[in-house]
Design a protein around this ligand. Structure first.
Ligand code: DC
Length: 216
């Protein structure tokens, strides 16, 4: 294994990428970067400031005065930890919306590339293997059926005390898949050299061990 290596994990929302990536990071003793959390932080600030997401100029101005970072498992919005606030369906939708803006992607991708320059990392998102770390040593595309992803998301939300119906979660997933795969800039797509893992019916442990086997 090289001294410094990068692992890219892409896939649709709710496929379990971050759970798996965190465990792989732990097993290998490397840093985990959740790029979705960075887009969520931008979406969260748009909501908090009451900005119209369709007003491109207003979003651009807000972003030019915003600092987004991901440090030791925490997403920092202007220095403030916002991990808890960004996991809501409203923020998911806003993150997906604002991630289509070129200036949003440019700012976050620049920050993400810097993170992979000096240390080994595992990074998950939508465009890591195809764009952010196109030269990553290892690439995986982690997916699952919409039905399975909706069930997992619903369970996660209900554990947090948020009762949402299966139909509602499934509709959100389908809507977000559509937005993420059809946007013009760096849409969600499997890199040609990525290993496909369909996690439908697989446990987290099985997915983690499959990834570790490919790496070691
Ligand atoms: O992985 P997630 O659900 O936390 O991501 C939230 C949104 O952010 C997702 O719908 C699309 C966007 N995103 C992106 O455009 N590029 C990434 N690398 C990661 C996320």
């Amino acid at each position: 294994m090289k001294d410094i290596f990068r692992i890219a994990i892409d896939g649709p929302g709710g496929a379990g990428k971050s759970t798996v990536a965190k465990e792989v990071a732990h097993a290998l003793g490397i840093d985990y970067i959740d790029t979705g959390a960075m887009y969520r932080a931008v979406g969260y600030k748009i909501i908090r400031e009451g900005i119209d997401p369709g007003d491109e100029k207003a979003v651009e101005k807000m972003l030019s005065e915003t600092d987004i970072d991901f440090v030791k498992g925490d997403v920092l919005l202007d220095g403030e930890k916002v991990n808890g606030q960004i996991r809501t369906p409203e923020v998911s939708e806003m993150a997906s919306l604002c991630s289509a803006y070129a200036f949003v992607r440019k700012k976050l991708v620049t920050a993400q590339r810097k993170m992979g320059k000096t240390k080994s990392i595992i990074m998950d998102g939508r465009d890591i293997g195809t764009n952010v770390l196109a030269d990553a040593e290892y690439k995986f595309f982690v997916t699952a059926s919409p039905d399975e992803r909706a069930k997992r998301r619903q369970k996660e939300l209900s554990e947090k005390g948020r009762g949402v119906s299966y139909e509602e979660v499934l509709a959100d997933i389908i809507k977000r898949d559509h937005k993420d795969t059809t946007r013009r800039l760096n849409p969600l797509k499997q890199a040609e050299d990525a290993i496909l893992i369909d996690t439908t019916g697989m446990t987290v442990e099985e997915v983690v061990s499959k990834i570790l086997k490919e790496i070691k």
